[in-house]
Design a protein around this ligand. Structure first.
Ligand SMILES: [Zn+2]
Ligand SMILES: [Zn+2]
Length: 227
């Protein structure tokens, strides 16, 4: 018997609506079908890749295998599936064959590899960049922190120096500055402003009408202690 299977089945193959299964372990996946003997009506050989058992199929004949091979869609493009629906002497078999490598698979695979490689390279690049950035940031932070501290102390120093100079200037270096302005003394005489009283009188009036006359205040004098 030829060791190369005629049908490498993929997934569940159905024969007359029933899943094709291994007679030994009941496995419905990973089955291979071999043409066996010569007659079309002779049962095909089903080998199970799961348990390793091989047996004459009670349903699949050589004729059905030939029909399936004739009916298979084959594949041209990477996204294609190799499907078949075969009918031979009243028995219908539907299923899918393990995809055989086609040129488009190679192209797709190459593209995929390239994409993955690029992606990986980019991801690596990104990681590197991120790492570098983080490192720079750490260094920058440390640096700016130091600069900031230095600037802060410089400002503090300048401020202190300026204040000191002003202090010297204002006080001559003596004691804290106080307001030297004396408190205003107000004259208690009603109507006295800056030592002058404004009097309304008709006495000195030449017109006979009421006039205002300013006279020195007798209490505070002309010195006018008040405002
Ligand atoms: Zn089996
Ligand atoms: Zn007065």
């Amino acid at each position: 018997m030829d060791t190369t299977p005629d049908l490498k089945l993929m997934g569940v193959t159905e024969v007359n609506g029933q899943p094709l299964a291994c007679g030994g372990c009941g496995n419905t996946f990973s089955l291979e079908v071999h043409r066996h003997l010569v007659l079309e009506t002779a049962p095909a050989w089903i080998s199970c890749l799961s348990c390793g058992r091989g047996e004459d199929s009670p349903t699949v004949t050589n004729g059905l295998v030939d029909a399936a091979l004739a009916a298979r869609t084959g594949r041209a493009r990477a996204e294609d599936r190799d499907l078949f629906t075969a009918q031979w002497r009243g028995i219908v078999m539907t299923g899918e064959l393990v995809p055989e490598l086609v040129m488009d698979d190679m192209v797709t695979l190459a593209e995929l590899l390239k994409r993955e490689t690029t992606k990986t390279a980019k991801a690596w690049g990104r990681a590197q960049k991120r790492e570098a950035k983080a490192l720079v940031k750490v260094r920058t932070d440390a640096l700016s922190g130091a600069v900031r501290d230095r600037a802060r102390s410089a400002v503090g120093g300048a401020k202190a120096a300026a204040l000191g100079a002003a202090w010297q200037l204002q006080t001559g270096g003596a004691g804290p500055a106080k307001s030297v302005r004396p408190k205003q003394r107000r004259c208690r005489v009603k109507g006295c402003k800056r030592g002058m009283l404004t009097i309304k009188t008709r006495v000195h009036s030449t017109t006979g009408k009421t006039q205002t006359v300013k006279v020195p205040c007798a209490v505070c004098g002309r010195t006018g202690g008040g405002k």
